[in-house]
Design a protein around this ligand. Sequence first.
Ligand code: FAD
Ligand code: SIN
Length: 533
Amino acid sequence: MSTDVLILGSGIAGLSTAIKIAKQRPDLNIIVLSKTSEGENNTRYAQGGVAAVWDFEKDSYEKHIADTLDAGDGVCNVETVEIVVKEGPERVKELIEWGARFDRETDNTEYDLAKEGGHSEHRILHYKDLTGWEMQRTLMAETALHTNIRVYEHYFAVDLITQHHLGYNITRVTPGIECYGAYALNRQTNKIETILARTTVVCTGGVGQVYKATTNPVVATGDGIAMVYRAKGRVESMEFVQFHPTSLYHPSGENPSFLISEAVRGFGAVLKTRDGKEFMEKYDKRKSLAPRDIVARAIDNEMKLRGEECVFLDCRHLDKTDFLAHFPTIYEKCTSIGIDPFKEMIPVVPACHYMCGGISVDLIGRTSINQLYACGECSCTGLHGANRLASNSLLEAMVFAHRIADDIVQQTDRIAFKENIPPWDAEGTQDPKEMVLITQSLKELKEIMSSYVGIVRSNVRLKRALDRLFLLFEETETLYESTTLSPQLCESRNLITIAYLITRSATMRKESRGLHFTTDYPNELPFVDFSIL
Ligand code: FAD
Ligand code: SIN
């Protein structure tokens, strides 16, 4: 197959990029791959909403910029922050034009703007607690209107095609690495297909499945970041893994963990210990609405001090009718497991939620590899720094999708298809004899990451994690070389790479900053940017 533009991923980043290109250039062919169904991704589970300056009487770009920089703890790229905050409202308006609904106030005149941790103003547009699904639904409907976009479901991208596949020795310092498309596993035929493209955009989302407890669906296995790293592209800031403070505690574990949106705290819910005592004032004057890194660490500390497996979110004082209008899904989930939020406190625990680092990109989403862009959660634009401000992610994806599309429509005609790309070489591989080898490695990986590279880290824990990761890496590579490819094998290989990148980056950062907290350097040292790998 060949296409002008190949987009890996059909979440907000992938579909927004595809639509934006299709609108400007109906003559370009665009293929979007999704490794499962088009609508299954992190985007669809977004609850809280999308942050954008909307009410200019109370809010301003300056305030949103200041909040983003404050959450990012000194390592945001200020230029990126300004771009996303200032261009964001325009992108949200476009989505509304394409049919997205956001809740309005009861008199139906203005949008009902919510507040979340770290925001100084109410600026979060939302649709009940189903904002992500509303956005994904809108994007899929808009995509379907463009005949030059073809969405291929159940196509698993395995590797990016570069000069390496033409027999050249490519290293991390080789200049001029080029991307010619990707090899992808067609899950219907179980064959690996070569998809040639003039430009490729990686929009493969997050990495949450590298930890035992995560709010991310099972598709979030960091495939795009791992593929770019293997192709010797630049990846950065991987130590900044965001743990959401409040996922619903489930005694036997649930994958994914169900999120109790930060908007619930914005609505007035308060974090308490089992005995009903508030504790957040000990950690930050913004209490339950402090930025996520602070709240997650505070909860982790309280749990350890008390030997408890969770803390609690008290909603009992809130107006029931209003709560049900805002959070129907959360209410339904709680009651489905026997918790009535108006009679008892909701047990909550931090869970891995968002990767702030990822594939390094410039201000128009270009990676260090020519003809390769990255957008959305898999990319690192510099917006989030050491800790993402709530509801800034969907906004970032829309702003960068627009910028990438503008660049692609100008550049694509100048790029020729690469010829003589060899087909995928599966020689010497056989069907796996024991799938348990893959599932067991994955279990071990999650255990290692959760025990040693979680919210609180130390040199000893990181060293222990790296030692164990090397063993898993070697075993999985041996399996990879001898086994017919399957999504499970590729995902576990990718997750091992992600785990390595997180742990290695964490080891290199000799300070505590934002989401990276280490007991060996509890106080901040002068900042040195070690994060570019
Ligand atoms: P995704 O939406 O995850 O899409 C990734 C796509 O890549 C999928 O289509 C997948 O099939 C495809 N893919 C992956 N690997 C491959 C492969 N190997 N081959 C082919 N296809 C592949 N952010 C906010 O701003 N506001 C919120 O309120 C909010 N709430 C959230 C709540 C939850 C529970 C979660 C999990 C996240 C939330 N976030 C929120 C974060 C936000 O939803 C994500 O960061 C964002 O949706 C990521 O979009 P994306 O397009 O980059 O990735
Ligand atoms: C939430 O609703 O709490 C998630 C918001 C986000 O991740 O930005």
